[in-house]
Design a binder for this molecule. Structure first.
Ligand code: SF4
Ligand code: SF4
Length: 455
């Protein structure tokens, strides 16, 4: 009961105390194989261009919370009362790179049925400008103000990317862009700064040019240097504009091919004028066992390289996620059994839209709940029968694990498990799910608001 009251108070207070600026944190310590693709790395966005204030802002936030609560209690009828807290919009499904650890765009020889299934069993697509604007308008009307432009491909392959960002910013959205920065030309960089893009995460994965093609296998060392130059130029443009935005984080998936470059990675963040370096353990696939660290390599990483990199980061003033990285075991070293899924409310607080218009409940589901089209907008899908079926089954997890709508979801390795647990335990005090390690699982409902995720 004490826990319930404490959660409830946090739930109410957070609507008043939420401060979107300056509360950046690194990704949560647990990793999943799905988090390694750069499209699915979503960290909280905390520098909105338009800071809402006053009663309308509080009411809007309360409406979003109410939507989660109503769904959690099974009271949502035909219409879901609010929009999601955040949506990932993939404005481009294709990618111009092929990375060894990528689920969606792996090197040619590793392509399989999963690659096609991941795009809703459809061809990959590029979102058109009007569909994007309609979606932004729908989200705005439903109270949503956070979007991540990432999805399952490279967003800057969409020629309308900067126009889309400018449009969403003009509507007061907070935006995170996740990119490999290969298409970050001077014009694009300037347009992004001018639009007021909030955050940018750059999937770079190497500290030295020679290492880059070992991860981004279709690239060469010169391409690495070009990416660094693109980032440096972005930093210069930022200082001309003097807005400090976007906040840039370089992202590194660490494994056997690059772990020895930890210090250089921190230095690269500094050299390019980036604010942060994100680290996470890489995923493995059956044909990439060399990405795994041996015991001695792993101990060298944790005992020697992380402290060295931390020291360097402190000296250079670069923020890092090295502490949470070091406290998380690589997925391939976990020998624990797959945990039982917990009741899930993602259908109320998050959504994924692909470039081809398919809408999915989360990054770890690949079945479509509808497809945007000439006569189908996001609001129709969000309020549609397929989404209702999904929400109904998801909140009945684990009993509903076999329901068709959850068949393509990897609920046993859910990266949103802690969020779902916190919603569930706050709103269902009499049937709360026990957590094994309270220290690890303390998660405040206000964090939902900040949408701290790991992608
Ligand atoms: S750059 Fe492309 S291939 Fe590499 S992880 Fe990102 S989406 Fe996948
Ligand atoms: S429990 Fe399943 S459906 Fe819910 S967020 Fe996790 S993976 Fe997605």
């Amino acid at each position: 009961m004490f826990q319930y009251l404490s959660n409830l108070i946090q739930f109410l207070v957070s609507a008043y105390r939420y401060d979107p600026a300056g509360n950046h944190q690194g990704p949560p310590p647990r990793q999943s194989r799905d988090t390694v693709s750069h499209m699915d790395k979503a960290i909280a966005m905390n520098r909105p261009a338009t800071r809402e204030s006053g009663p309308s802002s509080v009411l809007r936030r309360l409406r979003l919370y109410a939507g989660i609560a109503v769904n959690s209690l099974g009271w949502a009828g035909k219409r879901h009362p609010s929009g999601p807290l955040e949506v990932q919009i993939g404005i481009a499904d294709p990618c111009n790179h092929r990375c060894v650890m990528c689920c969606y765009h792996p090197p040619e020889e590793r392509k399989n049925d999963f690659t096609i299934a991941s795009f809703g069993d459809s061809k990959q697509g590029l979102m058109d400008l009007q569909t994007f604007k309609d979606t932004i308008d729908d989200l705005y009307a439903m109270g949503t103000r956070n979007i991540e432009l990432a999805g399952r491909g490279e967003p800057l392959l969409n020629k309308h990317a900067t126009e889309m960002i400018a449009y969403a910013k003009s509507r007061g959205f907070t935006i995170l862009l996740t990119t490999n920065a290969s298409r970050l030309s001077a014009g694009v960089a300037e347009a992004l700064v001018e639009a007021g893009l909030d955050r940018m995460h750059v999937s770079i994965n190497a500290g030295e040019a020679e290492t880059y093609p070992r991860i981004h296998v279709t690239e060469n060392p010169e391409n690495y240097l070009k990416v660094l130059a693109n980032l440096r130029r972005l930093a210069d443009i930022k200082s001309v504009y003097g807005t400090g935005k976007p906040y840039v984080g370089l992202s590194f998936a660490i494994g056997g091919r690059n772990y020895h470059e930890l210090v250089r990675m921190v230095e690269r963040a500094h050299e390019t004028g980036s604010e942060e370096a994100f680290f996470q353990h890489t995923a493995l696939h059956p044909d990439t066992p060399d990405l795994a660290l041996s015991d001695s390599e792993y101990h060298q990483l944790i005992d020697d390289l992380v402290p060295q990199a931390l020291q360097r980061a402190e000296a250079l003033g670069v923020h890092t996620t090295l502490r949470s990285f070091a406290s998380a075991l690589p997925p391939y070293r976990l020998d624990e059994e797959e945990p039982e899924p917990v009741p899930c409310y993602v259908g109320s607080y998050y959504g994924v839209i692909l470039g081809n218009g398919h809408v999915m409940a989360c990054c770890q589901c690949s079945s479509s709940l509808g497809q945007l089209g000439e006569n189908t907008r996001f609001r129709d899908i969000w309020q549609g029968q397929a989404y209702r079926n999904f929400r109904d089954a998801a909140r009945r997890l684990p009993e509903a694990s076999d329901e068709p709508t959850l068949k393509t979801c990897d609920c046993g390795h859910c990266i949103l498990r802690q969020r779902n647990l916190s919603v569930h335990n706050a709103l269902h005090p009499l049937s709360g799910v026990a957590v094994e390690n309270s220290g690890e699982h303390i998660f405040r409902l206000r964090d939902l608001w900040a949408m701290q995720k790991s992608r």
